[in-house]
Design a protein around this ligand. Structure first.
Ligand code: FRU
Length: 484
């Protein structure tokens, strides 16, 4: 048996050994992608190829921790129903022996070209990093071509997560990097043929431009054009918390600017976080046949008390966000749930016209463990308005402070913790609740909050409260179960 066959066999054994334990977890979700066992992290290789969406993911089948990652694989024709496919990449070769780390995919000559980082560590923990290529004819099995890029001079071995795109008659790649003087940066490469790559220098970060001296490492960069501008998404590490900003251990956000594919320059604005919640990292996008820019993110953040997650007892950890469509409005990246998610709705839903006057109410028809809740025509006379979800999360808007707060019960010690952002006016809310996750889209996606939460599994109650007069129209749909 080859090393590759051996690893695949061991992963399949881990899945079958723990399958019953995993699916018996009361916190298992209904419509979010999860690993069949073990730990899931970054979305990888996201592509729509021959009509089918493929989403690969960083996967550790053998434990609820990090290590020599595989590429797990889901496919879908509608972004809602996903099929679990066989493992795409197992870390079997010398150039990836400590993990087939994150990367991306592009179509070339009707095949999928997947670029990923081969992570290698020696006995002393010294790291090597290779940007590798694997090619697929059928979208399912990949032929490894080995390293195509070694770390250029000027960077440390923290050099990973290649994202490739085609522009004009050339190919470009951004790679997450750390410069030799320990600054986060995005490295740029170009190529005519996808196998020979030229290092074109630092695209952003390092010691120049608006995001110079901005943390010690940038992970998972993604550069694309959107509404006639260029957006660079990346996940910086090493930023200090600043007021309401940068509250998580690591961040995920973007800058908007103009990329020049001839001179390789990228003039851009300030960094903005993409999501205001607790759990959002390493997002990756693709453009689909409808021309939409769709994003998935890992719904967690690295180095964040992982072993305290209650799902660890059930041999699995972490989930993917819902797919989101991106646009730019007023110089800001807006995220809306992919419209196909309406497919999840069971029946026509219920509508309730609510009036509050300083009390807390429970609307018997507006509750549930796996629901979409839409609040429109929100009028808050003064003071605050809140929604309490399953007794373990609160979303509060203070009209006086123009402040949105998401509070959740910490899975580490049960105390309430919060994330916040300023918002001029609360007009609408779209909230997806899925057993142990919440995703909130505010004012048509102008702000989003993503968070895992772990309420009492029997609590499906939603309550609404206000300090003064307040009214809104609430719609609720129960959502289907598409994963187990
Ligand atoms: C981001 C990340 C990437 C790396 C991968 C390893 O979460 O650290 O930089 O490729 O995870 O699983």
């Amino acid at each position: 048996m080859t090393r590759d066959e051996q690893l695949r066999k061991e992963a399949a054994e881990a899945v079958s050994e723990h399958k019953n334990t995993v699916v018996s977890d009361p916190y298992r979700l209904h419509y979010h992608m999860m690993p069949p066992v073990g730990l899931l992290n970054d979305p990888n290789g996201f592509i729509q190829w021959k009509g089918t969406y493929h989403l690969f993911y960083q996967w550790m089948p053998f434990k609820t921790g990090h290590g020599a990652k595989f590429w797990g694989h889901y496919s879908s024709t509608d972004l809602v129903h996903w099929k679990e496919e066989e493992i795409a990449l197992a870390p079997s070769e010398w150039f990836e022996k400590n993990g087939c780390y994150s990367g991306s995919a592009i179509e070339h000559k009707e095949r999928i070209y997947a670029f990923y980082t081969g992570n290698v560590k020696d006995e002393e923990g010294n790291r090597e990093s290779y940007q590798c290529l694997a090619v697929s004819d059928d979208g399912l099995t990949f032929e490894k071509k080995g390293p195509v890029i070694e770390v250029p001079k000027g960077y440390t071995a923290h050099f990973r997560d290649p994202k490739v795109w085609e522009q004009g008659d050339r190919y470009y790649m951004v790679v997450g990097a750390q410069t030799e003087d320990l600054k986060g940066a995005v490295a740029l490469f170009s190529s005519d043929n996808l196998t020979e790559w030229t290092h074109e220098g630092i695209l952003a970060g390092g010691d120049k431009g608006r995001i110079k001296d901005f943390g010690y490492m940038f992970e998972c960069p993604d550069l694309f054009s959107l509404d006639e501008q260029d957006v660079l998404i990346f996940s910086p590490q090493g930023l200090e918390a600043e007021g309401m900003k940068y509250q998580n251990v690591y961040q995920a956000g973007y800058v908007i600017g103009k990329f020049d594919p001839e001179t390789f320059s990228f003039d851009h604005g300030e960094f903005e976080e993409l999501d205001r919640g607790f759990d959002f990292y390493a997002p990756q996008t693709t453009v689909d046949a409808k021309g939409r820019r769709i994003l998935f993110a890992w719904m967690s953040v690295p180095d964040q008390d992982e072993q305290a997650h209650p799902t660890v007892d059930y041999k699995w950890l972490h989930i993917m966000t819902l797919p989101r469509e991106l646009t730019i409005v007023d110089h800001k990246v807006i995220q809306k749930p992919a419209r196909e998610l309406e497919e999840l709705r069971e029946g026509s839903g219920v509508i309730h016209q609510a009036q509050l006057n300083g009390e807390t109410i429970f609307l018997p028809e507006i509750n549930g463990k796996t629901i979409e809740l839409m609040l429109e025509e929100i009028v808050i006379e003064k003071g605050w308005f809140e929604i309490n979800i399953h007794g373990a999360a609160r979303l509060v808007y203070s009209s006086e402070q123009q402040l949105v707060t998401l509070e959740r019960k910490s899975y580490v010690d049960g105390t309430m913790e919060r994330r916040q952002c300023q918002l001029n006016d609360l007009e609408s809310l779209q909230v997806f609740v899925d057993i142990s996750s919440i995703e909130v889209f505010i004012n048509e996606g102008r702000e989003t909050f993503s968070a895992r939460f772990f309420p009492d599994p029997k609590n499906s109650e939603i309550t609404f409260g206000s300090s003064h007069k307040c009214s809104f129209v609430a719609k609720k749909w129960d959502l289907k179960k598409v994963f187990s």
